[in-house]
Design a protein around this ligand. Structure first.
Ligand SMILES: [Zn+2]
Length: 309
């Protein structure tokens, strides 16, 4: 491992048996990349070197090199809440916000469905986003690797949630009319594996909703951070959907879950065929890709804005 990666782990207080390697593009598999930024946020006012690159074929923006799965499992089960939130029990403000987001989401999407069905929330946190669906007669299930939050949702709120990594979900085939992955696909270790699992578990006429971190609200070294291993744009969210067999029907930055995650972007897709590699590449080659020059210019612009220290 290069020295800066060891320094990075030391910054997190996570020295251990971890490794790191370069990652090919998670959207198109291309190994050729361009470094966009090297310095990212590790925590409050703490920064470190962990490069963010853009794929030279499709423009997808992601962290590379990346630490191994053991690192992320340890990080999310033991370190994440302590570093980011300071505890592993949700506070009331967080729960109230999640409930409100769930109410707004339900109102925004109910028109897509003929009555009720089964809803799956991948990265559900406490699980409160599921409540309005359950009230409307939906069968619901949520998973999240944060054991403390899941325990709270399950035991204190009686919600149908389980603690596990999204990659380890065991789901019934063809079951879910609606799958939501709100912000979580940027955190998981293997996003393609997660979408494969979700696609198999999706009902024949099912929908998937993805939410991404979206538009940067400040300088790049704050936007790029330890907890996001990839950064979706309208284009890359649509490409991931198409690749795994959902046809995007709505791609928007309208705040459909309310104003508490500013900049967020959404893509809703309906189950369709899974394209073979040739067809998928032809979609990218026909122009559904992000330009690296535009991405670099965008972050240069953001970083040139004078901000109060
Ligand atoms: Zn790519």
């Amino acid at each position: 491992m290069e020295k800066y990666l060891g320094d990075y782990l030391a910054h997190l207080g996570m020295e251990g048996e971890y490794s790191a390697e370069d990652v090919p593009c998670e959207v198109c598999g291309c190994a050729e990349t361009t470094v966009v930024r090297e310095i990212i946020s590790i925590g409050k006012d703490t920064f470190g070197k962990l490069p963010v690159v853009a794929c030279n074929r499709c423009g997808f923006l992601y962290q590379s090199p990346r630490f191994n799965r053991k690192f992320y499992d340890d990080y999310y089960t033991k370190f994440y809440r302590n570093i980011v939130k300071g505890n592993s029990v949700p506070d009331q403000k967080f729960i109230d916000d999640q409930k409100r987001r769930g109410d707004l989401l339900y109102e925004a999407v109910k028109g897509y469905f003929n009555g009720s069905g089964a809803v799956l929330d991948v990265g559900c946190s406490v699980g409160t986003m599921l409540i309005p669906f359950m009230k409307a007669g939906w069968e619901a299930y949520g998973t999240d690797p944060d054991a403390g939050f899941v325990k709270y949702g399950k035991e204190k709120l009686g919600l149908p949630v389980e603690a596990m990594s999204a990659e380890d979900m065991k789901l019934e085939n063809g079951k879910y009319a609606f799958t939501i992955i709100l912000g979580s696909l940027e955190h998981v270790y293997a996003p393609n594996r997660v979408l494969e699992i979700c696609r198999k578990a999706s009902a024949p006429d099912g929908y998937l909703l993805l939410e991404g971190r979206g538009h940067p609200q400040g300088e790049s070294k704050v936007y790029f951070n330890h907890n996001h291993h990839r950064y979706f744009t309208f284009t890359s969210m649509e490409l991931m959907m198409i690749k795994h067999g959902w046809e995007p029907v709505l791609t928007t930055d309208d705040p459909i879950c309310g104003p508490t995650r500013p900049g967020g972007i959404f893509c809703m897709g309906r189950v369709s065929d899974i394209p073979d590699e040739k067809r998928f590449f032809s979609i990218i080659d026909a122009g559904k890709r992000d330009s690296i020059d535009e991405t670099l210019a965008r972050f240069d612009r953001l970083d040139s804005i004078k901000r109060d220290e």
